[in-house]
Design a protein around this ligand. Structure first.
Ligand code: CUA
Length: 349
C-alpha cells in the first residue's frame, strides 16, 4: 500500500499540472472557434439542443458516479476480506428500472435531435435570400454569388439578418464548411452538391475553418464571414461588380509583370487577359481583409513575404514551385519585381 501511495503522489502532481494547463488554456476572451456563443439562427438552434443534452449528461454522470463512489466506500473490504455485502443479482424490478430509465432519456434526446436537424434544414427561405456557391480547393475557399455575378475568395460577405442559402462543392478532396458561430460543418464532396443555410443576427466578422482533414494545409484552410449592414453589403457588391480602376506608374508596371511571368495561367482578374481558374480570383484582391486563405492579414509586408516564398507560409501550396523558380530567375531584381507585383495587387480594390 505505501508503495502505491508514493507512486501516486509522484505522478499525480505532473498529471494535475498538465490537466490545469489544458483546462486553463481554454480561458481566453478570443474564442473564434467556439460554438457556445452562437451569433446566428442555425448555430442558435444547435446550441439550444446542446444545453438540455449536456445537463442531462451531467445529471446521469452525477447519479451513476455518485452511486459508484458510495458503493466503493460503503461496501469496501474491512477487517474480514472474505465478508461480502448483500447480493441483489436478479432483482427484476431493479433490472427493469435501469433498462427503461436510459431508454426514456435516449428517446427524449433522439426526439430533440431530430427536431433540431429538421429545423436547421428548414430555415425560412425568404425570397431575398442570398445564394452563395461555396467551392473548396486545396487549400482555400472560393465564393461565387451567381445572382450578383461576382466571385471572391477567403472573405465571404453576407448581409446581416438575411438568410444565406449556400451550396457546397469541391474540386478535389472532401472538405467541410464550418463557421462555428453561425453554423455549417457540412462536407463538400467531389461530384456531389450539398446545401445549407444560415444567417448572422448582427453585423460582425466570423471565423471559418475547414473541418474535414484534407491534406497538408487543412488547418490553414480558413476563411472569414463578414456580416455587413444592408447598406455596406450593397456597397461591397457594387464595388465587386465594377472593374478595377485604371492603372498608372508602378501598379501599371506590376500589371505588365503579372501578365509577363504567367500569373494569368492560374488567376482571373476581370477586365484583363487573366482568366485562369486554378487559383483565387484576384479581381478585387486589394479589398480583402486576408490573404493565403485567411492565414495572413492583407498587408503589403505579408503579401511581399507570401510572393517571395509561398512555401514558407503554406507548405505544399500550388504556387510554391512557380514562385520559387520565378524569384530565382529574377536574381538581384527580385525585391524590386515583388514590390511591383505588390503595388499592382494592392491597387485592385
Ligand atoms: Cu479542406 Cu480540411
Amino acid at each position: 500500500m505505501p508503495v502505491s501511495w508514493r507512486f501516486l503522489s509522484r505522478f499525480s502532481r505532473p498529471l494535475v499540472g498538465v490537466a490545469l494547463v489544458l483546462g486553463l488554456s481554454a480561458c481566453t476572451s478570443d474564442l473564434p472557434q467556439t460554438t457556445l456563443y452562437p451569433k446566428g439562427t442555425s448555430a442558435s438552434l444547435v446550441h439550444d439542443l446542446l444545453q438540455p443534452i449536456f445537463w442531462t449528461a451531467v445529471a446521469v454522470f452525477v447519479i451513476v458516479e455518485g452511486l459508484l463512489v458510495y458503493s466503493v466506500a460503503r461496501f469496501r473490504s474491512r477487517r474480514d476480506p472474505k465478508a461480502i455485502p448483500f447480493q441483489l443479482h436478479g432483482n427484476t424490478p431493479l433490472e427493469i428500472a435501469w433498462t427503461i430509465a436510459p431508454a426514456i432519456v435516449l428517446g427524449i434526446i433522439f426526439f430533440l435531435t431530430v427536431s433540431t436537424i429538421n429545423a436547421v434544414g428548414d430555415l425560412p427561405k425568404s425570397a431575398n435570400a442570398i445564394n452563395v456557391r461555396v467551392i473548396g480547393h486545396q487549400w482555400w475557399w472560393e465564393f461565387q454569388y451567381p445572382d450578383l455575378k461576382l466571385v471572391t475568395a477567403s472573405d465571404m460577405h453576407i448581409p446581416a439578418g438575411q438568410t444565406v442559402a449556400y451550396t457546397l462543392e469541391s474540386v478535389d478532396v472532401i472538405h467541410s464548411f464550418w463557421v462555428p458561430q453561425l453554423g455549417g460543418k457540412t462536407d463538400l464532396i467531389p461530384g456531389h452538391i450539398n446545401k445549407g443555410s444560415f444567417s448572422a443576427d448582427q453585423p460582425g466578422e466570423f471565423f471559418g475553418q475547414c473541418a474535414e482533414f484534407c491534406g497538408q494545409q487543412h488547418a490553414q484552410m480558413r476563411f472569414h464571414v463578414i456580416a455587413d449592414t444592408a447598406a455596406d453589403f450593397q456597397a461591397w457588391v457594387k464595388n465587386q461588380q465594377s472593374l478595377p480602376p485604371a492603372l498608372a506608374g508602378k501598379a501599371k508596371d506590376g500589371a505588365d509583370l503579372f501578365a509577363k511571368i504567367g500569373c494569368a495561367g492560374c488567376h482571373t482578374i476581370a477586365g484583363t487577359n487573366a482568366i485562369g481558374l486554378v487559383g483565387p480570383n484576384l479581381t478585387h484582391f486589394g479589398s480583402r481583409n486576408t490573404i493565403a486563405a485567411g492565414v495572413l492579414a492583407n498587408t503589403p509586408d505579408n503579401l511581399r513575404a507570401w510572393l517571395r516564398d509561398p512555401e514558407k507560409v503554406k507548405p505544399g501550396n500550388d504556387m510554391s514551385a512557380f514562385m520559387t523558380t520565378t524569384v530565382k530567375g529574377w536574381g538581384a531584381s527580385a525585391g524590386q519585381n515583388i514590390d511591383l507585383l505588390v503595388e499592382y495587387l494592392t491597387s485592385l480594390k
